[in-house]
Design a protein around this ligand. Structure first.
Ligand code: ZN
Length: 411
């Protein structure tokens, strides 16, 4: 009994060994087939791709195995059929089904535009447009495209991405017929890579050169509305109106108010307005350390280092102007005073603004330091009236020709 069981077991073992051998043969066979696939992968024209964020821009770098003629690429191709030649970055918002494809090339103005298509997963184009970009050919094998992801309809968030390239030589029928997959290559080849597109925040500005100004250049119909002494409980309503009217303003904040209302200060900035320094606690002719204390507070709370300073009561002397310059700011007063702090009523504030502005004006108002209902009530009509007279509303830095410096936020 024990012997027969032994024989049965050994027969079973032989079968197992045979199965094992067959399995190894299969693996060996696959190993012979795989190198031929690996060879075709080595011929992938897209050798590498990389995404980076700088300032407000998203930068795509693509390295290719051979030179790709940009003029022959289709920047608004069909993805489902046809022999379109393209080289695109495809971004797939995590959790969404739409794919946004950003495509290089085209015959005209090649180096300044990209085609953007929103497609379904099957490749059907739902909408397409052209956006401004900077496209550089670093050398024959390397392309770099820089664009603002907001223009491409890419909000901050997580994306699965790939670079896709179609050679455009893929006849569907006839003796040269090939499957689509043979003409389409990807980087990464197998699965999509993940990218965290971070929100962009303003961190500083140019132009903090110690100058003293009361208005901007008079040549263009632009006006800067400014609000002093906040942030306060009135600030959110002012922000709501600015947002509704798609207008921007500059907020000269007190350090102590920023410390009391940090979320309002952050919201001012997040909505594209400018934050400026109005001293820490509204001291007349504040000291250098008072001014720097306000800058430090604004920076700690919002991440933004202001470049503009407005003296409390508009009072200046040479030592104050020197302190402001040493703290890398400009001193900014105004040429239109609404006197809103005297509570003249909304109608009077509107009328003052509309009748006293001229191109380049800086308008003084207040979003803190007292009851500001009149200032709030005047704002929408003010904006309407200024626009009707052909004025564009800008921040003070914009009015003075300075730039805001942006950086992707850290997570
Ligand atoms: Zn003030």
């Amino acid at each position: 009994m024990a012997g027969s069981t032994g024989t049965f077991r050994s027969r079973n073992r032989v079968r197992q060994q045979f199965a094992l051998l067959a399995f190894f043969l299969l693996i060996a066979g696959l190993a012979i087939i795989i190198p031929s696939n690996a060879t075709s992968a080595a011929q992938n024209p897209i050798q590498s791709g990389k995404l980076t964020q700088k300032g407000r821009s998203l930068i795509v770098q693509v390295s290719t195995s051979h030179e790709i003629n940009m003029n022959r690429l289709d920047r608004r191709p069909e993805f489902t059929g046809g022999n379109h030649r393209y080289l695109c970055l495809q971004m797939n918002p995590r959790g969404g089904t739409t794919i946004i494809r950003i495509c290089l090339g085209g015959r005209t103005r090649t180096y300044r535009v990209l085609g953007v298509s929103r497609t379904s997963e099957s490749g059907t184009v739902r909408s397409s447009k052209v956006i401004r970009a900077e496209v550089k050919k670093v050398n024959d094998l390397k392309l770099v495209a820089t664009f603002d992801p907001r223009d491409a309809g890419l909000p901050p968030g997580r994306y699965a991405w790939r670079i896709s390239h179609h050679s455009g030589q893929c006849p569907k029928s006839g003796p040269m017929a090939k499957p689509l997959a043979d003409c389409l290559s990807y980087f990464p080849a197998k699965r999509r890579a993940l990218y965290d597109l971070r929100p962009v925040i303003a961190v500083g500005c140019t132009g903090g050169n110690g100058q003293f100004v009361t208005h901007g250049p008079r040549g263009r119909k632009r006006v800067a509305l400014t609000f002093d002494d906040g942030p306060s409980s009135y600030t959110p309503e002012i922000l709501r109106i600015l947002r509704w009217k798609k207008a921007k303003a500059t907020f000269f904040m007190l350090g102590q108010q920023v410390a009391s209302y940090p979320s309002y200060a952050r919201r001012v900035l997040a909505l594209g307005n400018e934050i400026a320094n109005h001293s820490y606690d509204h001291d007349l002719l504040p000291s250098s350390s008072n001014i720097r204390h306000a800058t430090r507070t604004i920076r700690r709370v919002t991440g933004f280092k202001p470049c503009l300073f407005r003296p409390p009561y508009g009072a200046v002397n040479s030592s104050l102007l020197r302190s402001v310059g040493e703290a890398d700011m400009k001193t900014v007063n105004w040429d239109v005073d609404t006197n809103d702090w005297k509570l003249p009523g909304a109608a009077s504030i509107v009328s003052t603004v509309i009748h006293r502005v001229s191109p380049g004006s800086i308008v003084l108002m207040h979003d803190g330091g007292g009851p500001r209902g009149g200032t709030v009530d005047a704002l929408a009509s003010e904006i309407r009236g200024l626009r009707r007279r052909g004025y564009k509303l800008v921040t003070v830095s914009e009015l003075l020709g300075n730039r805001v410096i942006y950086r992707p936020a850290l997570r």
